[in-house]
Design a protein around this ligand. Structure first.
Ligand code: NAD
Length: 395
């Protein structure tokens, strides 16, 4: 590969902005061995594409992803479209000989995820990445390192929640609320992140989902662009202005890990009072760890072997260059990082891997994200059948 990496980014909205910002800024903060070049941005909205390309610095724009993924100039295709598009676009990109970075969850269905994992295994020379960006919060990366160093010893408990409140009844029927586009609701969207975080921090795999509950509290939603308050209109116009929701608003499940830990997971879009509380706590034989994304620069650590007179939860500000992952690329101590830095950190690691170097902490590829997708599927089956599901039954 040349010293540059020409990127084609599919999707120009929320993740389109987050990824564009990362490609644009990574080499200003990291000494990347490969220069990401913002070659082509792809979206569906032609009117919005030209100003988007101009604002973020994309050289070209297109509405035809099928043509773009075959462009010989492109080295890496970044799939940041709704979940149901991931498999078709990633498979086409791999078939065209490109590296692929795909947003999470890997796919809308386990079947699609499996075909992506298999295609990635066949395309040996081409690397795959999945944007589980929370691994690249310095505090989460530090938690992974502390567990690997044995600071918790045997892990007994893990509890993870991803609590949002953006799913109130007024929220329109976006693709996220439709099974054919999203696969599932809060589960695919949010549990995927905390399952990945749990696997990453513990280094353990989930072997059984002991039971699960899925609930849809808001069963119909206004169609995008329809009246904001459908319940207040007449029954005929109401029928036309609302659509049925066929995904969960929340999924809760219990899990066993192959290292002996037990865990609980909860993802919801109706946790009134929480906006983006992606949190995880681990309790082990030597200590405990706690993280919440709403205070993402902090990791809380409890060392059980400290003098009992002064023992307590230690608040670690994870911004110390040379001591905390990624911190050296950024600002002086306690000059805080935010959401967008996790994506920049991820691009730095992707460029390192493509150049044959090691990432700062392990980076998920399609095979890795497939394991998370199997857990998502096991929890859906457990909820549907009101029964425990062994992961060995979910292939
Ligand atoms: N890592 C994270 O923190 C995070 C956060 C939000 C979303 N996501 C994931 O990112 C993906 C995209 O989510 P989003 O919030 O950016 O969605 P979005 O609705 O904001 O944007 C989707 C984009 O995809 C484009 N698109 C849709 N179908 C297309 C097609 N057939 N061809 C080309 N472009 C097409 C749309 O034009 C739009 O630009 C999802 O998989 C989602 O789960 C990840």
């Amino acid at each position: 590969m040349s010293e540059i990496c020409n990127i084609a980014l599919l999707g120009q909205k929320l993740m389109g902005r987050a990824h564009s910002n990362a490609y644009r800024n990574v080499e200003r903060f990291f000494n990347v061995p490969l220069k990401p070049v913002m070659h082509t941005i792809v979206g569906q909205d032609l009117i919005a594409l030209a100003p988007f390309a101009d604002r973020w610095g994309w050289k070209r724009y297109s509405t035809s992803w099928k043509e773009v993924v075959k462009d010989p100039a492109i080295h890496l295709v970044d799939v940041s479209t709704p979940n149901y598009m991931h498999a078709e676009q990633a498979l086409a990109a791999l078939a065209a000989g490109k590296h692929v970075a795909c947003e999470k969850p890997l796919a809308a269905t386990l079947k699609d995820a499996r075909s992506m994992k298999n295609a990635a295994a066949r395309a040996r020379k081409h690397r795959t990445f999945v944007w589980f960006n929370y691994r690249r919060c310095p505090a989460v990366a530090l938690a992974h390192q502390l567990v690997a160093d044995g600071r918790l010893g045997r892990i007994y408990h893990l509890r993870a929640c991803y609590l949002q409140s953006g799913g109130d009844p007024e929220t329109p029927l976006l693709w996220r609320f439709q099974k054919k586009y999203a696969g599932s609701g809060a589960h695919a969207d949010l549990n995927s992140h905390i399952i990945d975080m749990a696997r990453f921090i513990t280094g353990q795999e989930i072997v059984e989902v002991g039971g699960a509950l899925a609930e849809t509290f808001v069963s119909e939603r206004p169609l995008p662009g329809a009246a904001a308050h459908p319940a207040r209109t007449g029954s005929r116009s109401r029928k036309k202005s609302v659509g049925k929701v066929d995904v969960d608003d929340c999924v809760l499940f219990l899990a066993r890990f192959n290292g002996g830990a037990v865990g609980s997971f909860e993802a919801t879009r109706l946790a009134t009072g929480h906006q983006n509380n992606n949190m995880i706590e681990l309790n082990g034989e030597h200590g405990a760890l706690r993280f919440s994304f709403e205070d993402m620069n902090l990791l809380w650590f409890f060392d059980k072997h400290e003098d009992a007179r002064t023992a307590g939860w230690r608040r670690i500000m994870c911004t110390s260059a040379g001591n905390h992952p990624y911190a050296g690329a950024w600002w002086p101590d306690a000059h805080l990082l935010g959401y967008e830095h996790t994506f920049v950190n991820m691009v730095a690691d992707m460029m390192a891997v493509l150049a044959g170097d090691e990432p700062t902490v392990p980076i998920p590829n399609f095979a890795d994200a497939y394991e998370t997708q199997r857990v998502l599927e096991a929890a859906l089956l457990a909820a549907k059948h009101r029964a425990a599901v062994r992961l060995s039954e979910v292939k």
